[in-house]
Design a binder for this molecule. Structure first.
Ligand SMILES: [Zn+2]
Length: 442
């Protein structure tokens, strides 16, 4: 039994959004009770006690689209002409990097971002992985690191025809092998989706195989959709369909699936997304970095599409996406009154709903019977902090680096900014060594 008390509790629970001097009682993996500090301390006198010292206590953050494998690109200089289109970003950077990844690289690519996640209070992550010359076992390697750090994870391998039929088949097999493993584990700490890169790198034959395999395994898809205009040109020129239309035709879009980005889509495609019940993930920083255009995230939300927020590997700290989303849409529309309510809706409400589609339990709220994924944020604020002002404090004051303590599934992973039972120095040194080796052979 654990009680975190003497904190300002931001619950994200509409029934009781804020407690000024509050506590959260945890039993095993779950939150047992949320209430006043004095009440819970008296009720559970023998519980281990963490004093929040008047700081903020909140649910851990959820990132619904991540790429751990992108880590070794940080600082990498491939020389040559810089990419001038999104297609060149893919072929000149990511598809050169991912071909070099070994299973050991896959493992160590996770180290840096997972440490950053814990340090920035991210407790649940949905990842999308690629390592075309080390496909078999790659998801199991990521699962190993996720287990080491105790991060709630959902993984998939991005099946694609871009490296030939054999590697596409290996991608399908890896998704299925991993889905079986997750089913056996029957633990909400690890889950799976069927990964596909994007429709533009998947022909009809492979698409059919993916749909067949995923449906037999009973899982949905995690796929990039209409991220760059290249995806639209491909779909229209080869198949006479728009991106969402083609994915819909194959039955890829449903409540079990995630369609990432959805930037270059029509009104009709938006309706198709809504009707299918598929979740969409908006990645504002990555979109700006790749110069792929502005997502119609605000329009999709207005239509009732479930739009969440991810980092797309651009950062591990999902608050960076939150801050970027808030200003990107104001800037793009040249209207300062827009995009106030939507970023909090995407990050705090919709990411929770998306994650909960893939687990049996509940996350993202400090309330009874939810998983005890809890963070303490070392921030008191120059103006009053409460349920009405918290999102403004997150936008203008709080960063991931304010997170002091991270608890996942009832387990203390970081306390007072120290990662417990993790040899951070040794793991990061190995990561740097492997990154240098990869840069040398690329
Ligand atoms: Zn992505």
């Amino acid at each position: 039994m654990l009680v975190i008390g003497n904190g300002k509790i931001i619950t994200r629970d509409v029934a009781c959004p804020f407690i000024e001097d509050g506590a959260v009682a945890v039993e095993g993996k779950l939150i047992k009770e949320v209430g006043d500090t004095s009440v819970l301390r008296a009720k559970y006198p023998h519980a281990e006690y963490i004093d929040a010292h008047g700081r903020l206590v909140m649910p851990g953050f959820i990132n619904t689209h991540m790429h751990y494998y992108s880590t070794f690109a940080r600082g990498m200089n491939l020389g040559g002409k810089p990419a001038t289109t999104f297609g060149e970003v893919l072929s000149g950077l990511w598809w050169r990097l991912d071909k070099q990844l070994t299973l050991e690289d896959v493992y160590y690519s996770c180290i840096g971002p997972m440490i950053d996640e814990i340090r920035s209070g991210v407790t649940s992550v949905i990842d999308h992985h690629a390592s075309p010359f080390a496909v078999e076992g790659s998801l199991f390697k990521i699962a190993e690191t996720a287990k080491l750090f105790g991060i709630r994870s959902n993984l998939c391998y991005e099946t694609s025809d871009r490296d030939g039929e054999q590697i596409a088949a290996a991608g399908i097999k890896e998704n299925i092998d991993f889905a079986k493993y997750c089913k056996e584990q029957n633990d909400d700490m690890i889950g799976s989706l069927f990964g596909m890169h994007a429709q533009m790198t998947i022909g009809g034959k492979t698409m059919n195989k993916c749909v067949e395999a995923a449906s037999a395994a009973g899982i949905g898809f995690h796929v990039h959709a209409a991220e760059g205009i290249e995806d639209v040109i491909d779909a229209v020129s080869k198949y006479g369909l728009r991106v969402i239309e083609r994915l819909h035709k194959y039955g890829v879009l449903s409540e079990k699936s995630i369609a990432v980005h959805c930037i270059h889509i029509t009104e009709e495609e938006m309706d198709m997304l809504k009707e299918s019940g598929v979740a969409v993930v908006h990645n504002p920083q990555s979109n700006m970095g790749n110069a792929v255009g502005v997502s119609p995230a605000l329009d999709m939300l207005k239509k009732g599409v479930l739009v969440g927020m991810g980092t797309d590997g651009y950062a591990a700290d999902v608050l960076e996406s939150f801050k970027t989303a808030a200003i990107l849409h104001k800037h793009a529309r040249a209207i300062p009154s827009v995009a106030w309510a939507e970023p909090p809706a995407m990050l705090f409400e919709n990411n929770k709903k998306i994650m909960e589609r893939f687990i049996k339990g509940k996350v993202g709220t400090l309330a009874k019977d939810h998983y005890a994924d809890i963070i303490i944020v070392d921030y008191k604020g120059p103006t009053p902090v409460n349920a009405n002002t918290i999102n403004s404090h997150i936008l203008f004051g709080i960063t991931g680096r304010h997170v002091d303590t991270t608890i996942i599934n009832g387990k203390i992973i970081m306390q007072d900014r120290m990662l417990l039972n993790i040899d951070e120095e040794a793991l990061m040194a190995k990561s740097r060594e492997l990154a240098q080796k990869l840069w040398d052979r690329i």
